[in-house]
Design a protein around this ligand. Structure first.
Ligand code: TYD
Ligand code: MG
Length: 442
């Protein structure tokens, strides 16, 4: 508050930064004149029609979207350039074109390029309406015409521009304005709108982040260029759960669904190697077994290396500190490398115990049994804590032929293990017990 005109802000020292605001008790200018209409409130209980859904028939995509696509909704598909967004959406478009009219508008590639991709994917015969366009005005005019399609793909939103805005395509103001208009049209005409957005490094180009709050669903397509598999992850979904993932494999004929990801992630595992341990993890509602690899080697550096791929490095520091302080296993003179095989990223604390087992296994040069899975959270005093969805984890392990499971001891209490899965359960109460296992050579 300043009682009179001021050119310089006393608080921050900035010039011309003070803005005049009307006092509280005045009617704000924007609302003067007409009175508003009263809004009717209703109870939370009542009839809500189930949402109709368009099914893409790509099961991994449908599941991540919460069981199909909701007409009138907008989905943002983000990801690094070259990760496979266009491929995925062309495949989805082709599949959807069997039931609805689908328009694929590419601003990145010429019509011929998209046609060549369609041919390679064996989708050239699909009834997708293809166009190469970047002018928002033309796109809106076309989609708002007589028979608007049921599904529209805009590849990518960074290439679309509104001629009423001065800045270049891909800038925050362009991306926001174009997305806003397209989303409004989608709601009005009731079509499903896919917006492709490249994830970009910080800079003047707007990445998908500026759009996240505008759309109904945000999907990120992730993966390592060096690996074949790709993960489609829902980070926001107004019509479904957000912790679902879809797993795909990039083949020479496009993206193939991976119905059994555990088998894929464990495919190249060699049993009986010290430092390797199979973690029974969860991704959303899906159990997923992955191999965690650790390498502990004597270091010549004054501050030894800690390198982590696919896991949180501060979590690794914590497990190392607990092993040191609570179990007497000091690795401070060693380089420690940790790798989640296959390029998957794990975020669950439930992987702590598996990481610890891999570390101890490598440090003691004793392999973890090849038919064993491990999961459990490790607390700061070294206690092993129970984790959620134990049954799903154990069932998946049994399904893939594992015979033993190293699990938190607290599971024993009041919990029954699913009968008939045939796993020998080894309860672990404290991280110290893991060291005991390796000393005995298991
Ligand atoms: P693309 O869908 O163009 O990526 P984005 O739209 O996210 O930029 O995918 C490009 C990559 O995918 C490219 O490196 C080649 C590879 N690819 C295949 O391996 N097999 C295929 O059948 C297709 C169409 C692409
Ligand atoms: Mg593309």
């Amino acid at each position: 508050m300043t009682p009179r005109w001021a050119g310089k802000c006393e608080a921050c020292g900035g010039w011309n930064t003070i803005v005049e605001e009307a006092p509280r008790d005045e009617v704000p200018k924007g609302l003067s004149g007409k009175a508003g209409r009263r809004i009717d409130f209703v109870g939370l209980e009542g009839q809500a029609a189930p949402l109709p859904r368009l099914i893409t028939a790509i099961a991994e995509l449908d599941r991540v979207c919460g069981g199909g696509l909701v007409p009138g909704s907008a989905l943002l598909v983000g990801g690094d350039p070259g990760i496979g967004k266009s491929t995925l959406l062309l495949q989805a478009a082709a599949s959807l074109s069997r039931g609805s009219a689908v328009a694929y508008i590419s601003g990145e590639e010429a019509v011929d390029q998209v046609r060549m991709r369609a041919q390679r994917l064996g989708l050239a015969k699909a009834g997708v309406r293809l166009a190469s366009a970047t002018s928002l005005r033309d796109i809106i005019a076309t989609l708002d015409g007589g028979d608007s399609p049921g599904v529209v793909v805009i590849d990518s939103i960074q290439t679309v521009y509104a001629d009423s805005i001065d800045s270049a395509p891909g800038t925050v103001s362009q991306v926001r304005a174009c997305a806003h208009e397209l989303i409004r049209l989608a709601k009005r005409r009731g079509f499903v709108l896919f917006l492709v957005g490249h994830v970009t490094k910080e800079g003047t180009i707007a990445g998908p982040r500026v759009l996240e709050h505008m759309v109904d669903t945000v999907l990120y397509f992730e993966g390592d260029r060096g690996h074949h598999f790709r993960i489609l992850r829902a980070v926001k979904n107004r019509f479904g759960a957000t912790d679902e993932i879809g797993v795909f494999e990039m083949t020479d004929r496009g993206l193939a669904e991976v119905a059994n990801p555990s088998a894929l992630f464990l495919a190249e595992r060699r049993g009986n190697v010290a430092g390797s341990c199979v973690y029974a993890g969860m991704e959303g509602t899906r159990p997923m077994l992955v191999e965690i690899q650790a390498l502990v080697a004597p270091s010549t550096l004054s501050s030894p290396r800690r390198a982590v791929v696919g896991w949180d490095s501060s979590r690794l520091s914590m497990v190392l500190a607990v092993l040191d302080a609570r179990c007497g296993l000091a690795l401070s003179g060693n380089d420690v490398y940790l790798n989640v095989a296959g390029g998957l990223r794990i975020a669950e604390p439930a992987a702590d115990l598996a990481v610890a087992a891999a570390l101890v296994s490598s440090a003691s040069d004793t392999p973890v049994a090849a038919d064993m899975v491990v999961f459990g959270e490790v607390g700061l005093s070294g206690e092993v804590r129970a984790v959620a969805q134990t049954d799903s984890r154990l069932k998946e392990a049994a399904k893939l032929g594992f015979a033993q499971a190293l699990v938190p001891a607290s599971l024993r209490k009041g919990r029954t293990h699913p009968a008939g899965n045939g796993l020998a359960i080894q309860p672990i109460g404290h991280l110290q017990d893991v060291l005991g296992l390796f000393r005995r050579g298991q």
